[in-house]
Design a protein around this ligand. Structure first.
Ligand code: SF4
Length: 178
């Protein structure tokens, strides 16, 4: 296990008093720098900055950051949710560490796919099978990791095979946390 001890703090960011959004931070006693390229290889939309020894990630509209001795999440709707998410992130790091022999580490700094880049590859039928009013709304949520490719059934029909392959290349499935 990579992370065994940490101090966890949940707070409202000072720049958002009264905003009813919460942040959580775990201060670590272990340097987790070594795991960042492995997280970069497996987390959809992660942005790894080797010079800063940092990796940022968005999941479900939450802003997540991994540093050498700190993991943080922000923009969470309630205090319990912030704490639960942070414990899930620590578990994610430990699980990734356990299976690192099966992962090819990735040192590249990638840009997150933009909603427009995703939208261009969607069927553009606005059929609403994904539960969203339009394909563009779906693209916005997919870019923010609030939706999965599997939520758009038409994409898996033969006419969209090429577009699906292109989307799969830029949208890595998000791992479960928590
Ligand atoms: S299910 Fe797919 S094609 Fe239909 S509206 Fe949603 S994104 Fe567009």
């Amino acid at each position: 296990m990579l992370i065994e001890k940490y101090d966890l703090e949940v707070f409202t960011p000072p720049c958002e008093p009264g905003a009813e959004r919460y942040a959580a931070r775990a201060r670590l006693t272990t340097d987790i720098s070594e795991i960042l390229p492995y997280l970069n290889a497996t987390l959809r939309g992660a942005v790894y900055l080797p010079q800063a020894n940092a990796l940022t990630w968005k999941k479900g509209g939450h802003n997540i950051a991994f540093h050498a001795y700190e993991i943080a999440t922000s923009n969470v709707g309630d205090r319990d949710g912030a704490e639960k998410e942070l414990r899930g992130l620590i578990d994610l790091v430990n699980r990734t560490w356990e299976r690192r022999a099966q992962i090819t580490p990735d040192q590249a700094t990638r840009q997150r796919p933009t909603p427009m880049a995703i939208y261009k590859l969607l069927p553009h039928t606005n059929c609403q099978q994904c539960g969203e009013p339009t394909c563009f709304t779906f693209a916005l949520k997919l870019a923010a990791a609030q939706k999965q490719l599997a939520d758009c059934p038409p994409l898996f029909a033969p006419p969209y095979a090429e577009k699906l392959a292109a989307l799969q290349a830029i949208v890595i499935p998000a791992p479960a946390i928590g």
